[in-house]
Design a binder for this molecule. Structure first.
Ligand code: SAM
Length: 293
């Protein structure tokens, strides 16, 4: 009926309008202000806000080397990490490989999985001016200062992440704040991984600011995140930042960032990338998910 807008539609329009305005279109190697990293006993590194974000705001990029899914899978076979994000865009399967610890702070790759009821953000795909897909994280609701940023990796309710002792030891704070357990751990810790109970979806942020949505499932991918653990040693090239999580952005010149974290784009991985305690299953998840062997 003309003139009448359903509440949800109106909300979607607001969200689209907000995201259109708030995604910094830049090629910057630094993250926006408003985030910090803390070390949690049950999750390893975690991204927390240092200011309040409103619903629909741009938060962070998931930066990483853009490779085809095949290359991402081969890299996974050689070197399992929890930092490869698999997705489908324009009918092609892609992977953003953020496995290499960046020398500059890039927090999108450190955002943890949120269990049901915890999720406050969502990863979307946006095309950059080089016609490449970028993974962009948006708030799904108001996120108050001091809250952990969490999005749904697409793992089942019973998924069990490996022990934090297998996580990457590098943190961005030299003396990171240690928090008490904050995750709602899955009910059955013996259960390793359950398939999706229902299809996941991936939203594509179109150049005009609108979203299109598609189902994401198994090999159809799109996004599900699964992150496995970082190497259980300290041989990576992570360099702690003197100012952990608050670095200024960026120009807003209508561009969105594209990053190549690793200079080489072959399938090589150094030993530090290996974690013999876990294996991956990217079938149902955007990120290569850790499994106990
Ligand atoms: C991409 S990394 C996120 C950053 C990671 N916490 C770190 O310290 O590097 C994904 C990994 O973080 C851990 N993780 C993420 N969400 C978690 C959760 N809700 N509970 C426990 N561990 C989690 C898992 O080890 C997962 O494989």
């Amino acid at each position: 009926m003309a003139g009448l807008v359903q509440p949800q539609l109106a909300k979607n329009r607001i969200l689209r309008s907000q995201t259109r305005q708030t995604v910094p279109d830049i090629f910057s190697e630094v993250d926006p202000e408003g985030f910090t990293v803390k070390q949690l006993p049950d999750k390893g590194r975690a991204v927390f806000t240092t200011k309040t974000f409103e619903e629909g705001e741009f938060l962070l990029w998931y930066r990483g080397d853009l490779v085809t899914r095949d290359v991402g899978e081969r890299r996974d076979a050689d070197c399992e990490t929890c930092f490869r994000y698999f997705f489908t865009w324009k009918g092609t399967k892609w992977c953003r490989d953020a496995s290499v610890e960046p020398t500059k702070q890039q927090l999108g790759r450190l955002v943890n999985h949120g269990w049901r009821g915890e999720v406050n953000s969502r990863m979307k795909i946006r095309e950059n001016p080089h016609n490449e897909p970028e993974l962009v994280l948006f708030s799904l609701k108001k996120i108050k200062e001091g809250e952990e940023v969490l999005y749904d990796y697409g793992v089942g309710d019973n998924f069990v992440f490996p022990s934090p002792t297998q996580l990457h030891s590098g943190v961005q704070d030299e003396k990171p704040e240690i928090l008490q357990n904050s995750a709602n751990l899955p009910p059955d810790p013996e259960k390793v991984c359950s398939p999706f109970a229902e299809p996941a979806t991936q939203e594509l942020l179109e150049p005009d600011g609108n979203f299109s949505q598609s189902n994401v499932r198994a090999d159809d991918d799109e996004t599900s995140e699964d992150r496995c653990r970082n190497p259980p040693n300290n041989e990576t090239n992570w360099e702690p930042s003197p100012k952990p999580a608050t670095q200024a952005l960026m120009e807003s010149d209508g561009k969105i960032s594209q990053f190549s974290v690793s200079a080489d784009n072959d399938d090589t991985c150094d030993d530090p990338c290996r974690n013999p305690l876990i294996t991956k299953n990217i079938g149902n998840h955007p990120l290569s998910l850790p499994h106990k062997r």
